[in-house]
Ligand binder design. Structure first.
Ligand SMILES: Cc1ncc(COP(=O)(O)O)c(C=O)c1O
Length: 497
């Protein structure tokens, strides 16, 4: 073990930090910036720092089948010893992988383009949509994140909302996030799916009225950075109907949530029902278990229109034999270890544990999830849904002190996100939830927050101070029990996707 440690750590931690500050772009942020973690190796759902300290990884959906899974590592190494080249040569790995991937999808989605990152996949998806439809307007959801390249920053409110004065792209239209907890239409609405879809229909009519033409509606099948939002069943079918009627296509971004994570299905868009088939699906992160690969899958018709444009599509690394060998190994491991089944089983166990915590902790406003994709929304009162942003950050920092890695996201950074490697166990769930329980108890005691308070939130709030946004706050964050050396809330607020 010491040998592994020594070989993996080439520099003292302080030197690593110093060189990073000097040579790495300052906008490349680091987790826990006041006390960053240096990870030197990882296995399964665990990561290890330079001192051999183990961390439980509750957030890394890229290491889908477990960090450094030996089957995946071997498949990549074996292929690297033999050949790596581009897809202009015939190679079995490319076609076998495309065939295996297609077998997980509805028949209609049969044509693959291999690329190298989620951003590349979504950028290509937009090109396909625009070429196929001859239109250029795109509808995206509020709080969405679809990637870091220019075309995707334009359709990622999660990012452009960070700018004081974002440059508006007139062809991009932002629809409501179909959030039934905090959004315009909530769980008590008789038909939130139709209500949210009607908003999209209205938006389409408005765009058309102003001379625009819809090329695509793009959305994550379940919104991740947007706050672990689970759209109501039937919403995407209805949206697809409106979008197709306007001549556009539906792009499902599965970069975060695909490959069996939701437990009941291999693809998260399938949660909407058998009758829903997107026109384009984009994949990334888990597809290569950490190896940079990604894919766009579409219909023959869309692919034919892209060909008719007359321009060759070439991608130096996309679909190379090494990537495809790795992709095949990932699919094999998901099947061999029944990781989709594990996501269902452990995901339910985790959600049940968290539901019990909700009965106990006033700070927990909502638990939502499918499989091993779970969100815990923290609020200061359950009636007003005032986001408990500082408390969520406090939970994350204190969990880190207990060597558990979790993150908080969503527009208010108050949603704790679980999206661990799919080999996560019920024991891991017990450990994480037990610690969350301790931390919330401490925070609530410090703030004098009790469950019955939330039932009288209106009256309670009259006695509580308000923050600069007019939000009432419980005074929980930096009182007794606050972590030492933790920076103030404003410094911690950081977009994480
Ligand atoms: C939903 C979604 N789509 C696309 C991307 C972009 O992927 P990449 O960072 O691999 O370019 C991300 C990255 O976080 C994402 O969360």
């Amino acid at each position: 073990m010491d040998n592994i440690r020594m070989s993996a750590e080439r520099l003292e931690k302080s030197k690593t930090l110093e060189l990073r500050k000097k040579h790495i772009g300052p906008s490349c942020k680091i987790f826990f910036s006041h006390d960053p973690i240096k990870i030197v190796r990882a296995k399964g759902q665990y990561m290890y720092d330079e001192k051999g300290q183990r961390y439980l990884d509750c957030i890394n959906n890229v290491a889908h089948v477990g960090h450094c899974h030996p089957d995946v590592v071997k498949a990549g190494a074996r292929q690297m010893e033999q050949l790596n080249t581009n897809s202009r040569f015939l190679h079995d790995n490319l076609v076998l992988y495309a065939q295996r991937l297609q077998a997980t999808l509805p028949d209609k989605l049969s044509v693959c383009y291999f690329v190298n990152s989620g951003s590349e996949a979504n950028d290509l998806a937009l090109r396909l949509a625009k070429q196929y439809t001859g239109h250029k307007d795109v509808i995206t959801l509020d709080n969405a994140y679809h990637g870091h390249v220019s075309s995707l920053i334009d359709i990622s409110p999660y990012k452009f909302h960070q700018l004081a004065d974002p440059e508006e792209n007139q062809s991009v239209h932002v629809a409501l996030s179909p959030d039934v907890y905090r959004g315009k239409y909530r769980a008590d609405h008789p038909d939130p799916a139709t209500a949210y879809a009607d908003e999209v229909e209205d938006m389409i009519e408005k765009v058309q009225g102003e001379g625009g033409k819809i090329a695509a509606f793009i959305a994550e099948s379940l919104q991740s950075c947007g706050g672990q939002v689970i759209p109501p069943v039937g919403y995407y079918q209805k949206v697809a109907e409106h979008v197709r009627k306007a001549g556009g296509v539906f792009i499902a971004d599965e970069v975060q949530v695909g490959f069996g994570r939701v437990g009941t299905h291999f693809w998260a868009f399938q949660l909407q029902g058998e009758d829903f088939v997107p026109d384009i699906v984009t994949m990334g992160k888990p597809i290569g278990n950490g190896h940079p690969m990604s894919c766009v899958v579409t219909t023959k018709e869309v692919a034919a229109a892209f060909l008719q444009m007359g321009m060759e599509y070439f991608n130096t690394f996309g679909g190379n034999p090494v990537s495809c060998a790795i992709g095949l190994a990932v699919l094999d491991v998901i099947k061999k270890e029944d990781l989709q089944g594990n996501a269902l089983h452990v995901g339910r166990y985790l959600t049940d544990l968290l539901e019990k915590q909700k009965e106990k902790h006033p700070l927990i406003g909502d638990i939502r999830g499918r499989g091993l994709f779970v969100g815990v929304e923290l609020v200061k009162d359950r009636l007003k849904l005032t986001p408990a942003t500082a408390e969520a950050q406090e939970v994350i920092y204190k969990l880190k002190e207990q060597h558990i890695l979790l993150s908080a996201d969503g527009p208010h950074r108050n949603v704790l996100k679980f999206k661990p490697p799919m080999c996560f166990t019920t024991e891991d769930a017990d450990l994480a939830v037990e610690q969350i329980d301790h931390i919330l108890t401490e925070l609530e005691e410090a703030g004098g927050l009790k469950l019955h308070n939330t039932l009288n939130a209106e009256n309670e709030n009259k006695r509580k101070p308000t923050d600069e946004n007019g939000h009432h706050h419980s005074g929980l964050a930096h009182n007794k029990g606050s972590s030492q050396g933790v920076p103030q809330q404003t410094k911690r607020l950081r977009k994480q996707c």
